[in-house]
Design a protein around this ligand. Structure first.
Ligand code: BG6
Ligand code: MG
Length: 223
């Protein structure tokens, strides 16, 4: 194991709840209900793809032009940015800082493989940018999660083979993307949602270098 590919939202910090609030409000304005169950399907999914799914949920996929969709995405993002602007290093999820320290000490590569265009800003608010060797720019990958592209790009930025990486995710679409890239996957959250992962942990507090190594070995053995 040479590199760890990190999702951001829901793994490094709990922005998932702010994405949910912002989509729920936009949905309400459009007359479409976004509840927590449906929101699970939006986790890991890009901004525009999330909007498309919400419109499909409301049966209005064809109602808005590309320019109108762009405006709706901007509106959601402005609300989201308002919600997250108070974030500080105290909002880093439990276990993440000790893990990042362990990875640094072990000289493993660390890459952010998030669908979020806000990732650089969030890492700055949390003051953790220096723990990561690089950030994949989601605008440069052809297909979003659950396609494998962003994790393959992460392995490439780390300068290692996918087989030498492990990915950390909280979303079903993200775990699917990791496995489609033939990369070992550790997931944080509900096992019933994240069952495709090689190992599921209830909380980020359970993450450690030892757990990542064990999961990577298990995935390798399962081939
Ligand atoms: C993912 C989130 O990390 O990033 C999604 O799980 C979000 O909920 C996606 O839609 C895109 O984020 P952003 O910040 O570019 O709108
Ligand atoms: Mg996530």
């Amino acid at each position: 194991m040479k590199a760890v590919l990190f999702d951001l939202d829901g793994v490094i910090t709990d922005t998932a709840k702010f994405h949910f609030l912002a989509w729920r409000e936009l949905g309400a304005e459009l007359g479409i209900e976004v509840d927590e169950k449906f929101n699970e399907e939006l986790k890991g999914v890009s901004r525009l793809d999330s909007l498309e799914r919400i419109l499909a949920q409301g049966g209005v996929s064809d109602k808005y032009s590309p320019a109108e969709k762009e405006t709706l995405c901007t509106k959601k993002n402005e609300h989201y940015l308002e919600l997250i602007q108070e974030m500080t290093p105290d909002d880093i999820l439990p276990g993440i800082l000790p893990l990042l320290e362990e990875l640094r000490a072990a000289e493993l590569k660390t890459i952010i493989t998030s669908a979020s265009k806000n990732a650089p800003g969030i890492l700055a608010l949390l003051q953790v940018r220096d723990y990561f060797d690089d950030i994949v720019d989601p605008a440069t990958v052809a297909a979003g999660k659950p396609a494998p592209d962003i994790f393959l790009a992460g392995a490439s930025l780390a300068g290692v083979q996918p087989a030498d990486c492990i990915g950390v995710e909280d979303a079903a679409s993200g775990v699917e993307a990791i496995k489609a890239a033939a990369i070992a996957a550790v997931a944080v959250g509900d096992e019933r949602v994240l069952w495709l992962a090689d190992h599921v942990l209830p909380s980020t507090a359970n993450l450690s270098l030892a757990v990542l190594r064990r999961t990577w070995m298990k995935a390798k053995a399962n081939g």
